[in-house]
Design a protein around this ligand. Structure first.
Ligand SMILES: [Zn+2]
Ligand SMILES: [Zn+2]
Length: 347
């Protein structure tokens, strides 16, 4: 089969590799669509800790496919059935896994991260993923490229759960990349009364205004605090999501939050430079809640899949460009262009 294989930093090669063979407890998926995410770009640059030097692996963890083969001992799936595959598998028996947070299991595996993923014609679904419920049926009417976004959307759901976003909240989303746009869409679905977005790139500000933001601000050339205060009658933002890997974004969130505000540090910082200035008195006197989330659990994916299946959420505008598998290098270049939203591969 054809696959895009990581050979080292900036070296992803489209090549022919053996089609995966499955065991009796496993499933083989024919990949319909796989989207490129920030994690894949980090892998591409050689900055992902699960891709140490010498790793040869197929990335791709945001995927939807059709069941192509089913192991003899697997029940409940039909050939040809369309499914989303949640990438994270916990060990299944630690405290975090038992409580449903398999994304923070200390011994997790993830398809496309620790084992071969979906930038290929076929992907092997290990027994642990089959048993843990990672395969989720998707309606045939859902565009597969949209279904592949269930994984990043599940991360967004998890972030807003942590920030306890409620109806009536004024929300500030910092960053209008694909994740920022998904936060805007979910905040609207949850009943935010106003969604303010700060984003330095003009094209992205225009784009997010059409995708559900009420107000946009340029944090470089405008006074963001003045805008947030004016738009909230001096109250500040009840919920702030930082969706950009920038120190200043996290630092300024404390000052932009309302009394009793909730902040989610959604985007991480560069791993060699993660220290920020943190005005602890703002947390103390405003009784702020500062949260962090990383990736998503299988349960988050299930809820995201149900939302996408329900048709109450339109993620189709997030797809900027589609590429075939042999165009993977070009797709990575496109995914790094800071004007695109989601770039998808259609093997
Ligand atoms: Zn992702
Ligand atoms: Zn575990």
């Amino acid at each position: 089969m054809l696959a895009a294989v990581y050979h080292g930093p900036h070296d992803i090669r489209v090549e022919t590799v053996p089609k995966p063979e499955i065991g009796p407890e496993e499933v083989l998926l024919r990949v319909l669509n796989a989207s490129i995410c920030g994690t894949d770009i980090r892998i591409f640059h050689g900055h992902h800790r699960k891709y140490p030097p010498g790793t040869l692996r197929i990335p791709g963890h945001e995927m939807v496919g059709e069941i192509d083969q089913v192991g003899d001992n697997v029940r409940g799936f039909e050939l040809g059935q369309r499914v989303f595959l949640a990438p994270n598998m916990g060990c299944g028996h630690c405290r975090q896994c038992i409580s449903g947070n398999n994304n923070i299991c200390a011994n997790y595996d993830a398809i496309g991260v620790t084992i071969d993923g979906a930038f290929a014609e076929y992907v092997r679904v290990p027994a642990a993923a089959v048993l843990q419920g990672n395969l989720m049926p998707i309606g045939d009417e859902v565009d597969p490229s949209v279904a592949a976004l269930i994984e990043p959307f599940a991360c967004v759901l998890r972030g807003q759960d942590a920030a306890d976003l409620r109806d009536g909240d004024i929300v500030l989303v910092m960053g209008a990349g694909p994740i920022g746009v998904m936060h805007v869409k979910l905040a609207n679905l949850k009943g935010a009364i106003k969604v303010i977005v700060s984003e330095p790139i003009a094209e992205r500000r225009q784009q997010v205004l059409q995708l559900g933001a009420d107000v946009v601000a340029d944090p470089i050339n405008q006074d963001l605090k003045e805008i947030v205060m004016a738009e909230s009658n001096g109250r500040g933002a009840d919920v702030i999501i930082t969706a950009a890997p920038v120190h200043k974004v996290q630092e300024s969130a404390l000052a932009l939050a309302a009394i009793g505000g909730r902040i989610n540090f959604f985007g991480g910082l560069p791993k060699d430079d993660p220290i920020i200035q943190f005005n602890s008195n703002l947390v103390h006197y405003k009784e702020l809640v500062v949260t962090g989330t990383t990736a998503c659990s299988t349960h988050d994916c299930l809820r995201a899949a149900e939302l996408v299946n329900s048709n109450r959420l339109d993620l189709s505008h997030l797809i900027s460009q589609r590429f075939s598998l042999d165009e993977t290098p070009a797709a990575f270049v496109a995914a790094e262009d800071r004007k695109t939203l989601k770039v998808v591969l259609e093997p």
